[in-house]
Design a protein around this ligand. Sequence first.
Ligand SMILES: Nc1nc2c(ncn2[C@@H]2O[C@H](COP(=O)(O)OP(=O)(O)OP(=O)(O)O)[C@@H](O)[C@H]2O)c(=O)[nH]1
Ligand SMILES: [Mg+2]
Length: 372
Amino acid sequence: MFDFFKKKPADSAAPQPTPAAPAPAVAPAAAPVEARPVTAAVESAPQPTAPADSRSWAVRLRDGLSKTRAKLNAAVGPTLGADVGDVMSDLFSRRKIDDELLDEIETTLLTADCGVDATQYLIDEMRKRWKRDKLETGEQLKGVLMELLEGLLAPLQQPLDIHTHKPTIIMLAGVNGSGKTTSIGKLAKRFQAEGKSVLLAAGDTFRAAAREQLQEWGRRNDVTVISQDGGDPAAVVFDAINAARARGIDIVLADTAGRLPTQLHLMEEIAKVRRVIQKADPSGPHEVLLVLDSNIGQNALAQLAAFDKAVGVTGLVVTKLDGTAKGGVLAAIARTNPKPIRFIGVGERIDDMQPFVAREFVEALFDAAPNA
Ligand SMILES: Nc1nc2c(ncn2[C@@H]2O[C@H](COP(=O)(O)OP(=O)(O)OP(=O)(O)O)[C@@H](O)[C@H]2O)c(=O)[nH]1
Ligand SMILES: [Mg+2]
């Protein structure tokens, strides 16, 4: 159902050298290689340097969430295929509140991947409010649902602090293809725009292509990338922190290789990266960002638990909310394992990732017709 997203289509995203040369066999003690910032014109600029979208974030967010919004209305049936805004109105405005409507809402919340716990909470609260406030119309109930969802998600709206430490060390983790490297590109651009200097640590030493992906990106964006030919990701990150300190850099973004929570040796490896960061700077890492592909729906909870156990997740980046109908997973996270959602992504362009704002998100989930 969510095959909209195919990992790395041929012309996709983050810089990908072709062909992906096998990693050269290098001694682990290989000296760090630094891609010095050079401004170079690159023909086919891959994301996240794709040109900014002229539409406002509110419009892109709503467009991005259209599948989840449609899903929220799947139970309504007859008008599916019509504009999702119309469908939404059908669910709520043409109806009086009754048990059947609540059942339908329950089903739609579940199918949008809100999870059993959050769905139960939302339905119970809606039922209470229906009785207590003597609500009559579906439209009123929709208002209550929006309010409840916002209440659930608001505690997760906590902006990432990049001002307290210098350098602020941010480590990214996640399964293969969740969007770590492209998120690093987007974050680096964002931080630069805020006047911060940024250094990238190419901690994905697993694939030679990954290192080159980041180096190439760094070259085009005047961002220094610290990498090593092969070797230990922890060593790369260690070097990067020292380099950042020596140069008075504000923010270190450490990429890591994708890994599944079931690959225990790789989970141990990323735990080591974290420990080594702490060795380089006892106050760090200042943020451990887990990048979650929202297409995985409820599976996000299992990934969160596993990565949290291994590296202590302090914040989330939820990517690919466009192209998925599983945007309800944010409610599931809020209910079962709340972590600050630092950024959400609704596309591959540089400005398609923005800080999470609960109200904005809920409005985009329910309102198909932005006026911005
Ligand atoms: N549609 C969409 N695509 C995204 C989004 N974020 C990332 N992508 C795409 O997802 C694909 C994988 O992104 P990467 O950043 O390479 O993922 P990764 O986690 O670094 O992958 P590995 O290094 O292989 O583990 C790329 O094609 C990105 O352009 C998003 O918000 N929406
Ligand atoms: Mg990557």
